[in-house]
Design a protein around this ligand. Structure first.
Ligand code: FRU
Length: 674
């Protein structure tokens, strides 16, 4: 008892008692008080919520908050706190608004030096954030809230700055997940893909760190633990033993002190070259881009427990060019030259840089590739490089270099291109011009699995099933899914008599997908004509989870194909257009299309006749269509959002002599537990 009184006396003599939080600023007064305000963005005092012209603002505490939307996104300014002494392990606060850390955000200053930084996530919902300041104890600090931005999302919201030893959990993801997992809708909402990977909750973009280790396929991905739009980018994580059924795991690599974990890759360091593990237990090493404080650098994180927990390397970064657009490393072991090779993008210059290393920690530049390929692109990101067999030529291989552009792709918006060529361990040389990876609008940033077992003898990748231009698809509480995993090879193809043969990238759904087939229908395809007629009766397909295989034999008319109808004027059309020599997906009438003006449309892929027909394999899930043409020599991947729930398969042709042969419709079962 006496001891306790003594302790209290000592603590109160120091000015603070126990673990109590210390409020730095809560913005409940009508004026800024001791804060120094410059510019016009912060208005004459704390805001009471949204300001004129702003969407609704939520998540702040009490009546007031800092909101730099005074005068709209155009206005700029700063708000600087009076100095305070750091006396707790964390400074915690609520933050929302723009995500461009170079222009908007919150900083912790010691003297004039910025020691911590945070920014919003392009959301008007404020979320909790905290800086670990344990190493800054007793120093005098100030908080600066800055808005130097005048474009879209050019504002910052913040509230309730406190010092605390128990920072609130950053996001309420754990509690939300717990609740969601118990809900009747779990992985079963209207647009929820049933055989494509998607996160349980929140926003996802690029696949990251695809690697096989110890019997498990890992699928890391760009993930926002805080919400259903892009922001707070971290690595989400899932594992599978068959590439079909996925187990969602906790966040692997979080955003730390305002540095987001952007895209990257993962290797199994079998020989423990990095020293992070041991010979008996080789480490998994993730190489990813740290994005924050105005630059992008390459970082390492490692795990010695099969990817369940991750440590960030204390000597990060491994590469820093002091460049704001230097991202998306892909690393692989180059056996002939016995070294690690990294490929990373100088995105704004549209140049890929190759580095070599023997320990994953020290990297030396080997060569550069680009600018090359499409000249439309504003940037280049998420590169990949791998060696593939050429079909029908035993022992022959070529290297394929793939990279993605944020805009300007074949079907509009974002997409990928690839080069076929040679890689000698130092330099990549293209032997053909660039080709499009996918002819739909929704296949982005694919990367291939590292470390697949030798005996599988295959290269497999998957991509983000979305397009940056139309990425705010109408789904909640999650957003985005991945394509099905696809097996890759090269094939020599002559598209028409005028052109020489060229090697094209062939993508086919992984063989494992057939395991999901439950039953097969063989609809009658005789006498097809115009208008489209139902080939299977309503309800027969049992939902939007089916796979269709057919050969189209074009006759005299312009087009033939299928409609997947889900309502009286709602359908997605897939067919061959004889005038355009192309297979197409037309999603103009596919359901919800008006969430973005560039969403509705018809997307074409060049197609040649093989044995006078065109073979199609079409995967249709609740909100996706993937069309693999002639055993995968071209692919169209498109999202669709059909509202009707009674699908009918209709067949059509526009003239004499056309046939649909070998039509088989396989029902696929869901991969999610019900
Ligand atoms: C591509 C990309 C990457 C980046 C990541 C951020 O979709 O812009 O270049 O690492 O997304 O989420």
């Amino acid at each position: 008892m006496i001891l306790r009184i003594l302790a209290t006396l000592v603590l109160s003599a120091c000015g603070v008692s126990g673990d109590e939080d210390i409020v730095i600023a809560d913005f409940e007064a009508a004026t800024w008080g001791d804060w120094q305000i410059s510019g016009t963005a912060f208005g004459s005092g704390p805001a009471a919520g949204a300001l004129p012209g702003q969407m609704s603002v939520a998540g702040f505490q009490g009546r007031g908050l800092v909101n730099s939307f005074a005068g709209g996104d155009e206005s700029t300014g700063t708000a600087l706190s009076p100095p305070f002494r750091i006396e707790r392990s964390h400074v915690a606060f609520l933050i929302g608004g723009g995500a461009d850390a170079a222009k908007v955000g919150v900083e912790l200053l010691i003297g004039e030096q910025v020691v911590r930084q945070a920014t919003g996530a392009e959301s008007e919902d404020l979320v909790g954030d905290a800086w670990d300041v344990s190493e800054l104890q007793q120093q005098l600090a100030r908080i600066r809230i800055y808005d130097y931005a005048s474009g879209g999302w050019g504002h910052i919201n913040a509230d309730h700055f406190i010092q605390t030893d128990t920072p609130p959990e950053r996001f309420d993801l754990t509690a939300r997940l717990e609740q969601y997992r118990k809900s009747a809708e779990y992985m079963d909402e209207m647009f929820r893909p049933q055989f494509h990977f998607s996160p349980e909750l929140n926003w996802m973009n690029d696949p990251n760190g695809l690697v096989f280790h110890d019997g498990e396929y890992h699928l890391f991905h760009q993930y926002n633990p805080a919400g259903n739009t892009w922001g707070h980018m971290s690595w989400g994580h899932a594992v599978s033993r068959d590439l079909l059924h996925w187990e969602h795991l906790p966040l692997a690599i979080p955003e730390v002190n305002g540095v987001m974990a952007f895209s990257g890759c993962c290797v199994v360091d079998t020989q423990n070259t990095s020293g992070f593990g041991s010979d008996e237990n080789p480490p998994m090493v993730a190489i990813y881009t740290g994005h924050g404080h105005g630059r992008q650098v390459q970082n390492l994180a490692w795990s010695i427990d099969r990817g369940r927990t991750w440590r960030l390397w204390e000597d990060n970064p491994v590469l820093d060019l002091n460049n704001p657009d230097f991202r998306d490393p892909k690393v692989f072991w180059h056996h002939p030259s016995q070294k690690w090779v990294m490929l990373v993008s100088l995105a704004a210059e549209r140049v890929l840089v190759f580095y070599g290393s023997t320990n994953l920690k020290q990297w030396t530049e080997l060569s550069r590739f680009g600018p090359a390929g499409s000249i439309q692109k504003p940037n280049w990101e998420c590169p990949d490089l791998f060696e593939l067999p050429v079909e029908g030529r035993p022992g022959e291989t070529r290297w394929v270099l793939e990279a993605d552009m944020g805009a300007g792709a074949i079907a509009g918006g974002s997409g990928g291109e690839y080069f076929v060529g040679e890689f000698n361990g130092t330099e990549f040389r293209a032997s053909q011009h660039a080709q499009w990876v996918d002819f739909g609008r929704d296949f982005y940033a694919p990367i291939s699995w590292n470390n697949l077992p030798q005996q599988q003898q295959r290269q497999v990748w998957l991509g983000w099933f979305n397009n940056w231009e139309t990425c705010l698809v109408p789904t909640s509480p999650w957003r985005s899914c991945m394509s099905v995993p696809r097996t890759l090879s090269l094939r020599s193809v002559q598209f028409n008599n005028e052109e020489p043969e060229q090697l094209v990238l062939v993508q086919q759904p992984i063989e494992e997908l057939k395991q999901l087939r439950t039953s097969t229908l063989t609809p009658d395809t005789s006498g097809i004509a115009w208008p489209p007629t139902a080939a299977t009766s309503p309800g027969d397909l049992g939902g939007y989870e089916f796979e269709l295989e057919a050969t189209l034999i074009p006759g005299q008319g312009r087009s033939l194909g299928f409609r997947i109808r889900s309502g009286s004027d709602e359908y997605t059309e897939i067919g061959f257009d004889r005038w355009q020599n192309a297979v197409y997906v037309d999603r103009t009438h596919s359901g919800v299309v008006d969430f973005h003006p560039r969403f509705a449309g018809r997307h074409l892929a060049p197609a040649r006749l093989v044995d006078s027909g065109i073979q199609l394999r079409v995967l249709i899930d609740r909100s996706t269509v993937e069309v693999f043409i002639n055993d995968g020599e071209a692919v169209i991947s498109d999202r669709i959002f059909p509202v009707g729930d009674d699908p009918v398969l209709e067949l059509f042709c526009g003239g004499e002599g056309a046939q649909i042969r070998d039509l088989r419709v396989h029902r696929l079962q869901t991969v999610w537990r019900k």
